[in-house]
Design a protein around this ligand. Sequence first.
Ligand code: NAP
Length: 282
Amino acid sequence: MVVLKGKPVADSICDKIRDNIEELTNKGIEPGLAIVRVGKKPDDIYYESSAIKRMESVGIRVASVVLNENISESALITKIQELNYDDGIHGILLLMPLPKHINSENVKHAIAPEKDIDGLTDENMCRLYAGDKDGFAPCTPSAVMELLEYYNIDVTGKNVVIVGRSLVVGKPLLMLMLAKNATVTVCHSKTEDLKKVCRQADILVAAAGRAKMINAEYISENALVIDVGINQDENGNMCGDADYESVCTKASAVTPVPGGIGSITTSVLAKHTVEAALKLID
Ligand code: NAP
C-alpha cells in the first residue's frame, strides 16, 4: 500500500512557480494575491495563514483584506471591485462561506474573471466545461489532478467515482477527470447503493464532508483512494472522509489527511496567481 503524500507535489509546484516569478520580476512585476476574509471563523483564519505562508515561501505578495462580519453585501462588492482595479493584485481569493445576510452569488460574480484564481465565477466555470484551458478551475480539484500527474497516475479509461457534487470540488473534478479521458461517475446523498457504485472505482475520490465515511466496504481490492475531506473526528483531530486504517487494508494507494490534498491546495493557489500575472506579459 502506497501513501501518496501531498508535500512532494506541493514542493514540485513551488519550484516551477519560482522560475515563473523570476521571469515576472525581471519584467518589473511582483505577483500579488488578495485574500478576502469576512469575519473571524477559525477555519478561514487557518486557511488564510497557511496560504500566506505558502505565498511568502515562493515570493508572492499577499494583501489580507479582513472585513467585519456585519459588512453589507454592497460594501463587500465595492471592496472586491477596488481589488479588480488594483494593478498590484493579480488574484483574489474570497473565503467562503460568507455570512448568511450576504448573497454569495452576487459577491462571487463581482470578481473579475481574470483575477478569479479559485474558479468561482460563471466565466471560469464555463471555460472549464468547454475545455478552455485559459480559465481557472477551483484549487482543490486542481490539486487532485496535480497529485495524479506528480505520481504518474494515468486516468485514461479508468473508472473514477467521485463522492460529492459540490461546485467547488465534485463537479469541477468531473470535468478535469473527463478532460484526462477518465470514465467518471459522480455520487451524492441520493445515490442508491453507494457502496456498490464506489466498489466499481479504480480511483475513488471522497469529497462528501462526512468524517471517515468511506471504509473498506466501499472500495474494491487495489483501488486508489483520494481523500479530499477535511473534518474533525470524535476527539477533535483532523480526519478525512475516508476511514484511513480501514481503506489501507484493501487499497493500493491512499492520500492521507492531513498531509494529502489539503497540503497541495495552497500551492495551486500560488500557481494560479502567477499564471494570472503571466497573462499580463503574454
Ligand atoms: P459540500 O458542499 O457540503 O458537498 C458535499 C457533497 O457530498 C454534496 O454533493 C452531498 O450530496 C454529498 N454527500 C454528503 N453526504 C453524503 C453521503 N452520505 N453520501 C453521498 N454523498 C454525500 O462539501 P464540499 O465543499 O464539496 O467539501 C467536501 C469535503 O471536502 C469537506 O470535507 C471539505 O472540508 C473538504 N474540502 C477540502 C478542501 C481541501 O483543500 N482539501 C477544499 C474544499 C473542501 P448532495 O449534493 O446530495 O447534498
